[in-house]
Design a protein around this ligand. Sequence first.
Ligand code: ADP
Ligand code: MG
Length: 237
Amino acid sequence: MLQVKNLSFSVGPARKRSTILNNLSLKIKPSEFVVITGPNGSGKSTLAKLIMGLEKATDGQIIFNQQNITDKDITERARLGIAFAFQQPPHFKGVTVKDLLQISATGHETFLEDTETDYKKLIETVGLDESYLEREVNNTLSGGELKRIEIASAIARNAQLTVFDEPEAGIDIWSFEKLVQIFKKFRNKAPERALIVISHQQRLIRQADRIVVLRNGQIALEGQPDDILPQLQEENV
Ligand SMILES: Nc1ncnc2c1ncn2[C@@H]1O[C@H](COP(=O)(O)OP(=O)(O)O)[C@@H](O)[C@H]1O
Ligand SMILES: [Mg+2]
Protein backbone atom coordinates (compact mmCIF):
# COMPACT_ATOMS: atom_id res chain seq x y z
CA MET A 1 0.00 0.00 0.00
CA LEU A 2 2.70 2.48 1.03
CA GLN A 3 6.27 2.26 -0.02
CA VAL A 4 8.92 4.69 1.14
CA LYS A 5 12.05 4.28 -0.96
CA ASN A 6 15.46 5.66 0.01
CA LEU A 7 13.94 8.74 1.56
CA SER A 8 16.24 11.52 2.73
CA PHE A 9 15.49 14.90 4.23
CA SER A 10 18.15 17.52 4.86
CA VAL A 11 17.89 21.12 5.97
CA GLY A 12 20.12 24.14 6.15
CA PRO A 13 22.67 25.72 3.80
CA ALA A 14 25.16 23.51 1.93
CA ARG A 15 28.01 24.03 4.43
CA LYS A 16 25.93 23.35 7.51
CA ARG A 17 23.65 20.74 6.08
CA SER A 18 21.93 18.63 8.66
CA THR A 19 20.47 15.28 7.65
CA ILE A 20 17.25 14.49 9.45
CA LEU A 21 16.25 11.39 7.50
CA ASN A 22 18.96 9.34 5.88
CA ASN A 23 18.11 6.95 3.03
CA LEU A 24 15.14 5.43 4.83
CA SER A 25 13.04 2.68 3.25
CA LEU A 26 9.80 1.27 4.63
CA LYS A 27 6.81 -0.73 3.38
CA ILE A 28 3.31 -0.74 4.86
CA LYS A 29 0.83 -3.42 3.80
CA PRO A 30 -2.97 -2.98 3.72
CA SER A 31 -4.53 -3.64 7.15
CA GLU A 32 -1.16 -3.41 8.85
CA PHE A 33 -0.78 -1.56 12.15
CA VAL A 34 2.76 -0.24 12.42
CA VAL A 35 4.13 1.66 15.38
CA ILE A 36 7.09 3.93 14.82
CA THR A 37 9.07 4.70 17.92
CA GLY A 38 12.50 6.02 18.84
CA PRO A 39 14.14 8.83 20.79
CA ASN A 40 13.10 12.47 20.52
CA GLY A 41 14.64 14.08 17.47
CA SER A 42 15.14 10.78 15.64
CA GLY A 43 12.99 11.97 12.72
CA LYS A 44 9.60 10.38 13.42
CA SER A 45 7.47 13.49 12.88
CA THR A 46 9.54 14.41 9.84
CA LEU A 47 8.83 11.00 8.32
CA ALA A 48 5.11 11.46 9.03
CA LYS A 49 5.15 14.91 7.42
CA LEU A 50 6.93 13.57 4.35
CA ILE A 51 4.35 10.80 3.99
CA MET A 52 1.55 13.34 4.31
CA GLY A 53 3.19 15.84 1.94
CA LEU A 54 3.74 18.58 4.52
CA GLU A 55 7.47 18.51 3.84
CA LYS A 56 9.27 17.76 0.62
CA ALA A 57 11.88 15.01 0.50
CA THR A 58 15.44 15.92 -0.50
CA ASP A 59 15.81 12.52 -2.09
CA GLY A 60 13.86 9.31 -2.54
CA GLN A 61 10.35 8.32 -3.46
CA ILE A 62 6.98 7.71 -1.87
CA ILE A 63 4.68 5.25 -3.61
CA PHE A 64 1.04 4.88 -2.56
CA ASN A 65 -1.04 2.14 -4.19
CA GLN A 66 1.45 1.80 -7.03
CA GLN A 67 1.32 5.54 -7.71
CA ASN A 68 4.35 7.78 -7.27
CA ILE A 69 3.12 10.55 -4.97
CA THR A 70 6.52 12.08 -4.17
CA ASP A 71 5.63 15.36 -5.87
CA LYS A 72 1.98 15.47 -4.90
CA ASP A 73 0.83 18.01 -2.34
CA ILE A 74 -1.08 17.41 0.88
CA THR A 75 -4.53 17.97 -0.68
CA GLU A 76 -3.84 15.47 -3.43
CA ARG A 77 -2.53 12.89 -0.98
CA ALA A 78 -5.54 13.38 1.28
CA ARG A 79 -7.79 12.82 -1.73
CA LEU A 80 -5.90 9.62 -2.55
CA GLY A 81 -6.56 8.34 0.97
CA ILE A 82 -3.86 9.41 3.39
CA ALA A 83 -4.88 11.09 6.64
CA PHE A 84 -2.73 12.61 9.33
CA ALA A 85 -3.32 13.46 12.98
CA PHE A 86 -0.78 16.05 14.08
CA GLN A 87 1.45 15.82 17.13
CA GLN A 88 0.35 19.41 17.80
CA PRO A 89 -3.09 19.85 16.25
CA PRO A 90 -3.95 23.24 14.70
CA HIS A 91 -6.84 25.48 15.78
CA PHE A 92 -9.71 26.28 13.43
CA LYS A 93 -11.27 29.58 14.39
CA GLY A 94 -15.00 29.78 13.76
CA VAL A 95 -15.24 26.03 13.14
CA THR A 96 -17.08 23.89 15.67
CA VAL A 97 -16.00 20.39 16.61
CA LYS A 98 -19.05 19.05 14.81
CA ASP A 99 -18.17 21.05 11.67
CA LEU A 100 -14.69 19.59 11.81
CA LEU A 101 -15.98 16.03 12.10
CA GLN A 102 -18.46 16.68 9.31
CA ILE A 103 -15.77 18.12 7.01
CA SER A 104 -13.54 15.16 7.83
CA ALA A 105 -16.25 12.63 6.99
CA THR A 106 -17.35 14.33 3.76
CA GLY A 107 -16.52 13.21 0.26
CA HIS A 108 -15.62 9.62 0.86
CA GLU A 109 -16.78 6.37 2.32
CA THR A 110 -17.30 6.69 6.05
CA PHE A 111 -18.80 4.67 8.86
CA LEU A 112 -20.55 7.74 10.27
CA GLU A 113 -24.12 7.08 9.14
CA ASP A 114 -26.90 8.53 11.23
CA THR A 115 -25.01 11.77 11.75
CA GLU A 116 -26.36 13.17 15.05
CA THR A 117 -26.02 9.86 16.88
CA ASP A 118 -22.74 8.98 15.21
CA TYR A 119 -21.04 12.30 15.94
CA LYS A 120 -22.13 11.97 19.55
CA LYS A 121 -20.78 8.41 19.66
CA LEU A 122 -17.54 9.41 18.04
CA ILE A 123 -16.86 12.29 20.41
CA GLU A 124 -17.73 10.04 23.34
CA THR A 125 -15.32 7.42 22.01
CA VAL A 126 -12.47 9.86 22.56
CA GLY A 127 -13.68 10.60 26.09
CA LEU A 128 -15.55 13.89 25.56
CA ASP A 129 -19.27 14.47 26.04
CA GLU A 130 -21.63 15.73 23.34
CA SER A 131 -21.48 19.34 24.57
CA TYR A 132 -18.07 19.50 22.88
CA LEU A 133 -19.69 19.15 19.46
CA GLU A 134 -20.79 22.80 19.66
CA ARG A 135 -17.43 24.08 20.93
CA GLU A 136 -15.19 26.04 18.61
CA VAL A 137 -11.83 24.44 17.71
CA ASN A 138 -9.81 27.29 19.22
CA ASN A 139 -7.55 28.03 22.18
CA THR A 140 -10.36 27.62 24.71
CA LEU A 141 -9.79 23.88 24.34
CA SER A 142 -7.02 22.34 26.45
CA GLY A 143 -4.14 20.56 24.74
CA GLY A 144 -5.55 17.17 25.68
CA GLU A 145 -9.04 18.04 24.43
CA LEU A 146 -7.64 19.29 21.14
CA LYS A 147 -5.67 16.09 20.78
CA ARG A 148 -8.77 13.94 21.31
CA ILE A 149 -10.74 16.00 18.81
CA GLU A 150 -7.92 15.55 16.33
CA ILE A 151 -8.05 11.77 16.87
CA ALA A 152 -11.84 11.82 16.38
CA SER A 153 -11.53 13.75 13.12
CA ALA A 154 -8.87 11.36 11.82
CA ILE A 155 -11.18 8.45 12.64
CA ALA A 156 -14.07 10.23 10.87
CA ARG A 157 -11.90 10.55 7.77
CA ASN A 158 -11.66 6.77 7.56
CA ALA A 159 -8.73 6.99 5.17
CA GLN A 160 -6.92 4.04 3.65
CA LEU A 161 -3.84 5.05 5.56
CA THR A 162 -3.93 7.09 8.75
CA VAL A 163 -0.83 8.41 10.45
CA PHE A 164 -1.16 9.41 14.12
CA ASP A 165 1.75 11.38 15.52
CA GLU A 166 2.05 10.71 19.27
CA PRO A 167 -1.67 10.44 19.99
CA GLU A 168 -0.83 9.95 23.66
CA ALA A 169 0.70 13.42 24.08
CA GLY A 170 -1.49 15.64 26.22
CA ILE A 171 -3.77 12.80 27.20
CA ASP A 172 -3.40 12.83 30.94
CA ILE A 173 -6.65 12.33 32.82
CA TRP A 174 -8.20 10.34 30.03
CA SER A 175 -7.40 6.69 30.44
CA PHE A 176 -4.70 5.60 28.06
CA GLU A 177 -6.41 2.24 27.78
CA LYS A 178 -9.21 4.00 25.91
CA LEU A 179 -6.84 5.10 23.22
CA VAL A 180 -5.70 1.52 22.74
CA GLN A 181 -9.36 0.48 22.51
CA ILE A 182 -9.97 3.11 19.84
CA PHE A 183 -7.18 1.71 17.73
CA LYS A 184 -8.59 -1.79 18.09
CA LYS A 185 -12.07 -0.57 17.16
CA PHE A 186 -10.70 1.41 14.26
CA ARG A 187 -9.07 -1.75 12.95
CA ASN A 188 -12.22 -3.83 13.37
CA LYS A 189 -14.41 -1.30 11.59
CA ALA A 190 -12.06 -0.85 8.70
CA PRO A 191 -9.88 -3.94 8.57
CA GLU A 192 -8.39 -3.17 5.17
CA ARG A 193 -7.13 0.19 6.39
CA ALA A 194 -3.53 0.66 7.42
CA LEU A 195 -2.43 2.54 10.49
CA ILE A 196 0.87 4.14 11.35
CA VAL A 197 1.12 5.32 14.94
CA ILE A 198 4.11 7.21 16.26
CA SER A 199 4.30 6.48 19.96
CA HIS A 200 6.47 5.98 23.00
CA GLN A 201 3.76 4.19 24.98
CA GLN A 202 4.41 0.52 25.69
CA ARG A 203 0.71 -0.25 25.92
CA LEU A 204 0.14 1.08 22.44
CA ILE A 205 3.35 -0.33 20.99
CA ARG A 206 2.38 -3.79 22.22
CA GLN A 207 -0.72 -3.76 19.98
CA ALA A 208 1.26 -3.31 16.77
CA ASP A 209 1.78 -5.86 14.02
CA ARG A 210 5.22 -4.42 13.52
CA ILE A 211 7.45 -1.97 15.34
CA VAL A 212 9.88 0.30 13.55
CA VAL A 213 12.52 1.99 15.70
CA LEU A 214 14.10 5.14 14.30
CA ARG A 215 17.44 6.45 15.43
CA ASN A 216 19.31 9.35 13.83
CA GLY A 217 17.01 9.38 10.83
CA GLN A 218 17.44 5.72 10.05
CA ILE A 219 15.68 2.48 10.94
CA ALA A 220 17.65 0.98 13.82
CA LEU A 221 15.36 -1.97 14.57
CA GLU A 222 12.29 -3.49 12.98
CA GLY A 223 10.14 -6.47 13.89
CA GLN A 224 7.25 -7.86 15.91
CA PRO A 225 6.50 -6.58 19.43
CA ASP A 226 7.68 -9.80 21.11
CA ASP A 227 11.10 -9.43 19.53
CA ILE A 228 11.49 -5.67 19.67
CA LEU A 229 9.98 -4.71 23.05
CA PRO A 230 12.58 -6.55 25.20
CA GLN A 231 15.35 -4.84 23.22
CA LEU A 232 13.70 -1.45 23.67
CA GLN A 233 13.38 -2.00 27.41
CA GLU A 234 17.03 -2.92 27.63
CA GLU A 235 18.06 0.21 25.81
CA ASN A 236 15.41 2.33 27.53
CA VAL A 237 14.32 4.03 24.30
N1 ADP B 1 12.37 22.04 8.91
C1 ADP B 1 13.33 21.78 9.79
N2 ADP B 1 14.41 22.59 9.91
C2 ADP B 1 15.40 22.30 10.78
N3 ADP B 1 15.40 21.25 11.59
C3 ADP B 1 14.36 20.42 11.54
C4 ADP B 1 13.27 20.64 10.64
N4 ADP B 1 12.38 19.64 10.81
C5 ADP B 1 12.89 18.85 11.78
N5 ADP B 1 14.08 19.32 12.22
C6 ADP B 1 14.95 18.68 13.24
O1 ADP B 1 15.06 17.33 12.91
C7 ADP B 1 15.12 16.50 14.05
C8 ADP B 1 14.02 15.45 13.98
O2 ADP B 1 12.77 16.08 14.25
P1 ADP B 1 11.41 15.29 14.38
O3 ADP B 1 11.16 14.58 13.10
O4 ADP B 1 10.39 16.25 14.85
O5 ADP B 1 11.79 14.24 15.51
P2 ADP B 1 10.85 13.31 16.42
O6 ADP B 1 9.45 13.46 15.95
O7 ADP B 1 11.41 11.93 16.24
O8 ADP B 1 11.05 13.78 17.82
C9 ADP B 1 15.02 17.43 15.22
O9 ADP B 1 16.32 17.68 15.69
C10 ADP B 1 14.39 18.70 14.65
O10 ADP B 1 14.77 19.84 15.33
MG1 MG C 1 7.68 14.10 16.87
